[in-house]
Design a protein around this ligand. Structure first.
Ligand SMILES: *Cc1c(COP(=O)(O)O)cnc(C)c1O
Length: 436
């Protein structure tokens, strides 16, 4: 089932699951249980030591969740993945597990609102500070921002709502030159449109709530480990220090995560320390829904990109639209980078500014009939939102201004409806908003 040469469309349906191990159930069953019987005392002892593969307790691992983890790891080309209860849990664990105790993270200013809020106002309370860069693709600016106590560079592959494309090859080269790993939040494109590990990323994370699942019915997150970073670096003592849970009874000594797991130490430690001790696990129901959503990811994304492109072209011709944010469109400043790294398109999310400011934006939203007004993206339903009131409320005023995001901005996430109906819906809503 899990042939290493299989293509993306085969893996998204079969990877990480063998029916022979599950009563020949063709689809992944929902293992709705907290614990697993250990069998004999000897098996229990070996299972707890990890010496026989066995499920013990669903906070550590659950078969439904494990299928989801292995599937996403395969789709991204990573060595392992850890699923968590939300995208924010993924951001939190990915960052704290590297900047444990203290340290700095370099990041661009235009990232997801809750992530930015966490970097600016919460991580510093845990001793984790930040250095913001304006243009993440500017090699000199990035290089200058990395300091001796920088623990990671954190980027989003496509930003929200500006849809700027990060040059992950370039950013990872600068980070690695400085001995620092690169974390990529790849939520917007999903591994169907972009696979950051192939471009040098060390850790990839997702809010699976969004396009990965694609049906807006389950909150979840995943962290994927590329398995390439040399974690025995003095910058990361947590990977080489003696760990009592890795005590070797024959040698009578504690071993380190790097000693036992080598370059795959990151995901192993994430599960053993962060998932097991902080405890934000993904539930089996959510994992099941996310697996179901993944089965159609390629067809969904292809149509969403086609629809989004047509809608972007329409918006460009609407006289009330003053600025369009969709880097996937012909003539965009990042056209060459998009052609190189995103041959299948940049995704389903776009944004635009209209004349007349917030009162007109509110009327456009209130007049749409097909679009759902809510804070989410990557759904099969088309969604509309006014970012500064809902999804980007946390972004400080000066940072919003830098990106020209304000009261005039509307963000769309394009779904699978007939594109003619979506364009008609926008067209009549915009027309009504300017009647007087
Ligand atoms: C939604 C989102 C998150 C947070 O995910 P939740 O599942 O809502 O916790 C993180 N990053 C990006 C880019 C997102 O869009």
């Amino acid at each position: 089932m899990n042939d290493s040469n299989q293509g993306f469309d085969t893996l998204r349906i079969h990877a990480g699951y063998n029916p022979d191990d599950h009563q020949h159930s063709a689809t992944v069953p929902i293992y709705q249980n907290a614990a697993f019987t250990l069998g004999t005392a000897e098996r229990g002892r070996l299972a707890a030591l990890g010496k026989v593969p066995a499920y013990t307790y669903s906070r550590l691992m659950n078969p439904t969740v494990r299928a989801f983890e292995e599937r996403v790891a395969r789709l991204d080309g990573g060595v392992d993945a850890v699923a968590v209860a939300s995208g924010m849990a993924a951001v939190t664990y990915a960052v704290l597990s590297l900047a444990e105790g203290a340290g700095r993270i370099v990041l661009p200013h235009d990232i997801y609102g809750a992530s930015l809020d966490e970097f600016l106002t919460l991580f510093p309370k845990y001793g984790v500070d930040f250095d913001l860069v304006d243009d993440i693709n500017d090699t000199d600016e990035l290089r200058a921002a990395i300091r001796p106590d920088t623990k990671a560079v954190f980027v989003e592959s496509i930003t929200n709502p500006g849809t700027h494309v990060t040059d992950v090859d370039r950013v990872s080269a600068v980070a690695h030159d400085a001995g620092v790993p690169l974390i990529v939040d790849n939520t917007f494109p999903t591994p169907y449109l972009f696979r950051p590990i192939e471009h040098g990323a060390d850790i990839v994370l997702y809010s699976s709530t969004k396009g990965l699942n694609g049906h807006g019915n389950a909150i979840g997150g995943v962290i994927v480990d590329a398995g390439r970073f040399p974690w025995d670096s003095p910058r990361f003592p947590q990977f080489t220090e003696a760990e009592f849970t890795l005590y070797d009874e024959d040698e009578r000594r504690s071993r380190s995560f790097h000693e036992v797991y080598g370059d795959a130490a990151y995901a192993k430690r994430l599960r053993a320390k962060y998932l097991r001790l902080f405890g934000a696990v993904l539930g089996p129901q959510e994992a099941y829904l996310s697996l179901l959503g993944l089965e159609t990811i390629s067809e969904r994304l292809d149509k969403e990109v086609r629809n989004a492109t047509e809608i972007a072209r329409y918006l460009k011709t609407n006289p009330h639209v003053t600025q369009l944010f969709y880097s996937g469109l012909e003539g965009d400043a990042q056209e060459a980078l998009v052609a190189r790294d995103f041959p299948k398109g940049i995704g389903a999310i776009l944004a635009f500014n209209v004349e007349g400011g917030e009162p007109r934006v509110e009327r456009i939203i209130d007049n749409t009939k097909v679009f759902s007004y809510l804070p989410n993206v990557g759904d099969v339903r088309s969604l509309i939102v006014n970012p500064i009131r809902i999804t980007h409320r946390e972004i400080p005023f000066d940072l919003r201004e830098k990106d020209n995001i304000g009261g005039s901005t509307i963000r769309l996430s394009i779904g699978l409806e007939d594109v003619r109906d979506l364009i008609e819906d926008l067209d009549q809503a915009i027309a009504k908003a300017y009647l007087d």
